[in-house]
Design a binder for this molecule. Structure first.
Ligand SMILES: [Zn+2]
Length: 62
C-alpha cells in the first residue's frame, strides 16, 4: 500500500504454518519493521534469525 516495489518479489520461507518474508540482514529486517510501523501502524515487531537459513524474519506486531 503506497509503495511500489515493481517486480521485486521478496524471498519467503515457511515458518510453522505461515510464510514469512526473508530479510538478508538484521539491518534490513529492522528497516522493514520501521516501515511497517510507519506505514501500517504495526508495532512490537521483533527481528530474529531464521533457524532454517541465513536470513532474518520479523515476528509479533499488532
Ligand atoms: Zn526463514
Amino acid at each position: 500500500m503506497g509503495r511500489n516495489f515493481g517486480a521485486y518479489e521478496p524471498e519467503r520461507c515457511w515458518v510453522g504454518e505461515v510464510q514469512k518474508i526473508c530479510y538478508g540482514s538484521r539491518e534490513e529486517a529492522e528497516m522493514a519493521a520501521r516501515v511497517a510501523e510507519y506505514d501500517h501502524g504495526i508495532t512490537g515487531l521483533t527481528v530474529y534469525k531464521c533457524e532454517y537459513g541465513e536470513h532474518w524474519h520479523l515476528t509479533g506486531g499488532k
